[in-house]
Ligand binder design. Sequence first.
Ligand SMILES: [Zn+2]
Length: 194
Amino acid sequence: MGIVPDIRQLLNASQLEYFKHTPDVTYICDSDLRLLACNPAWTRFALANGGREIPDRWGPGSSLTDAMSGWPRAYYRKQYIQALATGEVFRQEYECSSPGEERHFLQVAYPLERGRGLLITNSLVREESPKSAGDAGGQYVDHRGLIVQCSHCGRVAWPEVEGSWGWAPTLAGRTDSRISHSFCPWCLEHYHPA
Ligand SMILES: [Zn+2]
Protein backbone atom coordinates (compact mmCIF):
# COMPACT_ATOMS: atom_id res chain seq x y z
CA MET A 1 0.00 0.00 0.00
CA GLY A 2 2.26 2.81 -1.25
CA ILE A 3 4.37 4.76 1.17
CA VAL A 4 4.54 3.75 4.79
CA PRO A 5 5.84 6.91 6.43
CA ASP A 6 7.14 7.20 9.92
CA ILE A 7 4.11 8.92 11.38
CA ARG A 8 5.74 8.70 14.79
CA GLN A 9 7.47 11.93 13.80
CA LEU A 10 4.13 13.65 13.43
CA LEU A 11 2.06 12.13 16.24
CA ASN A 12 2.91 11.63 19.88
CA ALA A 13 2.47 8.25 21.56
CA SER A 14 -1.12 8.78 22.70
CA GLN A 15 -2.19 10.21 19.33
CA LEU A 16 -0.59 7.26 17.58
CA GLU A 17 -2.37 4.80 19.83
CA TYR A 18 -5.71 6.53 19.31
CA PHE A 19 -5.14 6.78 15.55
CA LYS A 20 -4.81 2.99 15.35
CA HIS A 21 -7.77 2.18 17.54
CA THR A 22 -10.46 4.78 16.94
CA PRO A 23 -13.41 3.40 14.97
CA ASP A 24 -13.75 6.85 13.32
CA VAL A 25 -12.28 7.25 9.81
CA THR A 26 -9.05 9.22 10.33
CA TYR A 27 -6.05 10.07 8.15
CA ILE A 28 -2.96 12.25 8.04
CA CYS A 29 -1.66 14.31 5.15
CA ASP A 30 1.52 16.33 4.74
CA SER A 31 1.75 20.06 3.97
CA ASP A 32 1.28 19.29 0.24
CA LEU A 33 -2.02 17.56 1.07
CA ARG A 34 -0.58 14.18 0.20
CA LEU A 35 -1.96 11.29 2.23
CA LEU A 36 0.68 9.89 4.59
CA ALA A 37 -1.34 7.37 6.55
CA CYS A 38 -4.89 6.13 6.94
CA ASN A 39 -6.11 4.36 10.04
CA PRO A 40 -7.61 0.84 10.07
CA ALA A 41 -11.12 2.34 10.30
CA TRP A 42 -10.47 4.14 6.99
CA THR A 43 -9.50 0.85 5.33
CA ARG A 44 -12.60 -0.91 6.68
CA PHE A 45 -14.81 1.94 5.48
CA ALA A 46 -13.17 2.01 2.04
CA LEU A 47 -13.54 -1.75 1.57
CA ALA A 48 -17.17 -1.70 2.70
CA ASN A 49 -18.12 1.24 0.46
CA GLY A 50 -15.96 1.19 -2.61
CA GLY A 51 -14.46 -2.25 -2.91
CA ARG A 52 -10.95 -3.55 -2.98
CA GLU A 53 -9.45 -1.02 -5.40
CA ILE A 54 -10.16 2.00 -3.16
CA PRO A 55 -7.37 1.47 -0.59
CA ASP A 56 -4.84 0.97 -3.42
CA ARG A 57 -6.02 3.87 -5.51
CA TRP A 58 -6.62 6.47 -2.81
CA GLY A 59 -4.28 5.24 -0.11
CA PRO A 60 -1.05 6.79 1.18
CA GLY A 61 0.88 8.69 -1.47
CA SER A 62 -2.18 10.00 -3.27
CA SER A 63 -3.38 13.57 -3.10
CA LEU A 64 -6.12 14.22 -0.59
CA THR A 65 -8.19 16.35 -2.94
CA ASP A 66 -7.70 14.20 -6.09
CA ALA A 67 -10.52 11.94 -4.95
CA MET A 68 -12.86 14.96 -5.02
CA SER A 69 -14.26 16.74 -8.03
CA GLY A 70 -16.13 19.95 -8.81
CA TRP A 71 -16.49 22.69 -6.22
CA PRO A 72 -15.66 20.53 -3.18
CA ARG A 73 -12.17 20.02 -4.51
CA ALA A 74 -11.37 23.74 -4.67
CA TYR A 75 -13.23 24.44 -1.45
CA TYR A 76 -11.51 21.79 0.66
CA ARG A 77 -8.13 22.60 -0.84
CA LYS A 78 -8.52 26.24 0.17
CA GLN A 79 -9.68 25.35 3.68
CA TYR A 80 -6.89 22.82 4.25
CA ILE A 81 -4.22 25.27 3.06
CA GLN A 82 -5.67 27.94 5.32
CA ALA A 83 -5.67 25.55 8.31
CA LEU A 84 -2.02 24.69 7.60
CA ALA A 85 -1.10 28.37 7.40
CA THR A 86 -3.03 29.59 10.44
CA GLY A 87 -2.90 26.54 12.70
CA GLU A 88 -6.66 26.82 13.12
CA VAL A 89 -8.89 23.77 13.22
CA PHE A 90 -11.22 23.36 10.23
CA ARG A 91 -14.67 21.78 10.64
CA GLN A 92 -17.14 20.83 7.97
CA GLU A 93 -20.31 18.79 7.92
CA TYR A 94 -20.84 16.81 4.71
CA GLU A 95 -22.94 14.09 3.17
CA CYS A 96 -21.50 10.73 2.14
CA SER A 97 -24.46 8.47 1.55
CA SER A 98 -24.36 4.90 0.33
CA PRO A 99 -27.10 3.44 -1.91
CA GLY A 100 -28.98 2.07 1.10
CA GLU A 101 -28.25 4.70 3.69
CA GLU A 102 -28.23 8.46 4.00
CA ARG A 103 -25.20 9.46 6.01
CA HIS A 104 -23.78 12.74 7.18
CA PHE A 105 -20.43 13.31 8.80
CA LEU A 106 -18.62 16.04 10.62
CA GLN A 107 -15.03 16.39 9.53
CA VAL A 108 -12.52 18.00 11.87
CA ALA A 109 -9.03 18.78 10.51
CA TYR A 110 -6.32 19.49 13.10
CA PRO A 111 -3.16 21.20 11.88
CA LEU A 112 -0.07 19.36 13.10
CA GLU A 113 2.83 21.13 14.74
CA ARG A 114 4.70 23.68 12.63
CA GLY A 115 2.37 23.28 9.66
CA ARG A 116 3.74 19.84 8.91
CA GLY A 117 0.41 18.42 7.93
CA LEU A 118 -3.16 17.77 8.98
CA LEU A 119 -4.83 15.10 11.01
CA ILE A 120 -8.35 14.66 9.68
CA THR A 121 -11.04 12.75 11.50
CA ASN A 122 -14.62 12.10 10.41
CA SER A 123 -17.48 11.57 12.84
CA LEU A 124 -20.81 10.14 11.85
CA VAL A 125 -23.83 12.30 12.51
CA ARG A 126 -25.88 10.03 14.70
CA GLU A 127 -29.13 11.51 15.66
CA GLU A 128 -32.50 9.91 16.08
CA SER A 129 -35.39 12.27 15.71
CA PRO A 130 -36.24 12.99 19.34
CA LYS A 131 -39.69 11.98 20.55
CA SER A 132 -39.81 15.11 22.68
CA ALA A 133 -37.59 18.13 23.30
CA GLY A 134 -36.18 16.56 26.45
CA ASP A 135 -35.34 13.39 24.59
CA ALA A 136 -32.73 14.96 22.27
CA GLY A 137 -29.42 13.14 22.42
CA GLY A 138 -30.96 10.21 24.27
CA GLN A 139 -28.90 7.69 22.33
CA TYR A 140 -25.70 9.31 23.63
CA VAL A 141 -26.53 8.76 27.29
CA ASP A 142 -23.96 6.44 28.85
CA HIS A 143 -24.37 3.92 31.67
CA ARG A 144 -23.97 6.71 34.23
CA GLY A 145 -26.85 8.64 32.67
CA LEU A 146 -24.47 11.25 31.20
CA ILE A 147 -23.77 12.62 27.73
CA VAL A 148 -20.03 13.24 27.37
CA GLN A 149 -19.42 16.18 25.05
CA CYS A 150 -16.09 17.66 23.93
CA SER A 151 -15.87 21.33 24.95
CA HIS A 152 -13.87 22.24 21.83
CA CYS A 153 -15.32 20.42 18.83
CA GLY A 154 -18.75 19.70 20.33
CA ARG A 155 -18.67 16.05 19.32
CA VAL A 156 -20.21 13.54 21.68
CA ALA A 157 -18.84 10.21 22.91
CA TRP A 158 -20.80 7.36 21.36
CA PRO A 159 -21.43 4.93 24.23
CA GLU A 160 -22.04 1.90 22.01
CA VAL A 161 -18.58 1.87 20.43
CA GLU A 162 -15.56 2.61 22.58
CA GLY A 163 -13.38 5.40 21.19
CA SER A 164 -15.99 6.67 18.74
CA TRP A 165 -17.23 10.26 18.76
CA GLY A 166 -20.41 11.26 16.98
CA TRP A 167 -21.87 14.58 15.99
CA ALA A 168 -25.32 15.59 17.21
CA PRO A 169 -26.18 19.06 15.85
CA THR A 170 -29.22 19.44 18.10
CA LEU A 171 -27.04 19.03 21.19
CA ALA A 172 -24.70 21.85 20.13
CA GLY A 173 -25.12 24.88 22.34
CA ARG A 174 -27.76 23.20 24.49
CA THR A 175 -27.67 23.32 28.21
CA ASP A 176 -28.70 19.91 29.36
CA SER A 177 -28.20 18.68 32.90
CA ARG A 178 -27.07 15.35 31.49
CA ILE A 179 -24.15 16.86 29.55
CA SER A 180 -20.73 16.34 31.07
CA HIS A 181 -18.07 18.44 29.36
CA SER A 182 -14.76 16.86 28.59
CA PHE A 183 -12.24 16.75 25.72
CA CYS A 184 -12.17 14.26 22.89
CA PRO A 185 -8.68 12.71 22.50
CA TRP A 186 -7.83 14.81 19.41
CA CYS A 187 -8.84 18.13 20.98
CA LEU A 188 -7.05 17.20 24.20
CA GLU A 189 -3.78 16.75 22.31
CA HIS A 190 -4.32 19.75 20.04
CA TYR A 191 -5.42 22.36 22.60
CA HIS A 192 -3.86 21.00 25.78
CA PRO A 193 -0.69 19.11 24.85
CA ALA A 194 1.02 17.53 27.84
ZN1 LIG B 1 -13.04 17.54 20.42
